[in-house]
Design a protein around this ligand. Structure first.
Ligand SMILES: [Zn+2]
Ligand SMILES: [Zn+2]
Length: 201
């Protein structure tokens, strides 16, 4: 547990403030790894699909998932299925096995009544909320029994043809910037980046 507490501390540092939704994301990610019997991805061995959407509360869930699972937008081993839900499916590419973990709103009344959420409702940015108020909800979510806050689904099979990474880059012959191979466009004989080529995609 002390090990995962250090994951929590690092995740919150990465996230930029301390909030219940990012903690929930960390716990959801750790629960998925444990259920699949896998470790945090250092490469692209896992893939996560998060269900948070755009411009709504608690999107911070996604940062907790990214940090705890190692499925990150930089590695492109995460994508969004934007349903406006606090849920994630993690797939182990080696076995094609997957599990979906979703947030159970048992503590929602307590969260809504907290000093943290009242300040959020009044428009205070989360990083400007006093640390003690931030930590109140962090501790609430971190210390809650897993079964109270998460629903961990059955492991299921999710076979998929994963696309290989294409490694090469080519300099655009117009602006000189490097462009990943699949994004190079041909204009006459010249190889260009999309903006220089004039193509939409
Ligand atoms: Zn947050
Ligand atoms: Zn260019």
């Amino acid at each position: 547990m002390s090990d995962s507490r250090s994951v929590l501390a690092a995740a919150l540092e990465f996230h930029g403030h301390r909030c219940w939704a990012s903690v929930t994301g960390v716990r959801a990610g750790l629960a998925a790894l444990r259920t699949l019997g896998v470790h945090r991805a250092g490469g692209s061995q896992l893939h996560a699909i998060i269900e948070t959407g755009e411009e709504h509360g608690a999107m911070c869930f996604g940062d907790g998932v990214q940090y705890s699972t190692g499925c990150t937008f930089g590695k492109n081993n995460i994508n969004k299925n934007p349903l406006g839900k606090l849920a994630v499916t993690v797939v182990d590419k080696a076995s094609d096995l997957a599990v979906r973990v979703s947030y159970k709103p048992t503590l929602q009344k307590q969260i809504a009544a907290s000093a943290f959420m009242q300040q959020r409702a009044a428009g205070v940015s989360p990083d400007k909320i006093p640390e003690a108020d931030q930590l109140e909800l962090v501790d609430l979510m971190w210390n809650a029994p897993e079964d109270d806050i998460l629903s961990v689904g059955e492991v299921f099979s999710q076979p998929r043809n994963w696309l290989p990474e294409v490694m090469g880059f080519t300099p655009c012959q117009q602006c000189g910037e490097l462009v990943a191979q699949a994004y190079v466009r041909l204009v006459g004989e010249r190889r260009m980046c999309i903006p220089c080529s004039g193509y939409d995609r």
